[in-house]
Design a protein around this ligand. Structure first.
Ligand code: ADP
Ligand code: AMP
Length: 221
């Protein structure tokens, strides 16, 4: 299966991506994580991307697309993948569509996570993430079992530099200005499915897997 998770920052894409990727045995390609890895390794790409990320702005399309096309060339992506945080602009969506059309492997579905804007800031400012395996925690809603370390791999959790209220507001502006229009882009192509992302994490996972099972059954029929 080839799928995209769409939704504003804090909608729960990363949280659900980990569960879905495991359930369907597919690689999770999170462009934000890839940029953060580059930034940690202090590559040229990482340095350039970090300046945008710290301000809550989108990284320019050419940098994103170069990184994604490299990632898609890896063998593990040949049988399917899950994109978390990509595409985020129409130019990125068109580039992805063209790339997949050339390969004869179009997207199967785009899941849009719906969340009221009032929930977003409180989800984001208390988010903690595992830089090793991408697990996502929340100090109140989904705390780790042991203070400040990942339940799965024991890595110390991080509070992202862009997870402050001021930067989240900027990221939301970027979402409304540039990413939200992808909902129409994918709706027009008959690929968009909605999932309510308020409620317990396991419940949102159950709703998402129900949508994906439906798509997989449709493909098999
Ligand atoms: P995104 O990847 O869309 O930015 P995340 O998956 O990182 O969002 O979730 C943002 C924050 O909200 C995290 O701290 C996460 O633990 C928390 N969260 C995710 N899903 C839920 C949920 N269903 N209920 C409460 N908190 C959630
Ligand atoms: P995320 O981890 O998805 O919340 O992304 C964190 C930051 O990385 C964003 O605010 C952007 O600065 C950058 N980023 C991640 N993915 C993209 C993308 N597809 N296009 C542009 N910028 C991105």
């Amino acid at each position: 299966m080839r799928l995209v998770l769409l939704g504003p920052p804090g909608a729960g894409k990363g949280t659900q991506a980990v569960h879905i990727a495991r359930a369907f045995q597919m690689p999770r390609i999170a462009t934000g994580d890839l940029f953060r890895e580059h930034a940690t390794q202090e590559t040229d790409l990482g340095r350039e991307a970090k300046a945008y990320m710290d301000r809550g702005e989108l990284v320019p399309d050419d940098l994103v697309l170069r990184m994604v096309s490299e990632r898609l060339r890896r063998a593990d992506a040949s049988d399917g993948f899950l994109f978390d945080g990509f595409p985020r602009t129409v130019a990125q969506a068109i580039a992805l569509e063209d790339h997949l059309a050339d390969a004869g492997t179009p997207l199967d579905v785009v899941v849009r996570f719906n969340i009221p804007e009032s929930e977003i800031v409180r989800r984001i400012v208390n988010r903690r993430t595992c830089p090793t395996d991408g697990s996502v925690y929340h100090l109140d809603f989904a705390p780790p079992e042991h203070d400040d370390v990942c339940d799965l791999c024991g890595t110390p959790l991080v509070h992202r530099a862009d997870d402050t209220e001021a930067v989240v507001r900027r990221r939301l502006e970027e979402y409304h200005a540039k990413t939200e229009r992808l909902e129409y882009f994918y709706w027009e192509r008959g690929l968009l499915r909605d999932v309510e992302s308020v409620g317990p994490v396991e419940e949102v996972t159950r709703r998402t897997l129900a949508v994906l099972d439906d798509i997989a059954d449709g493909d098999a029929a």
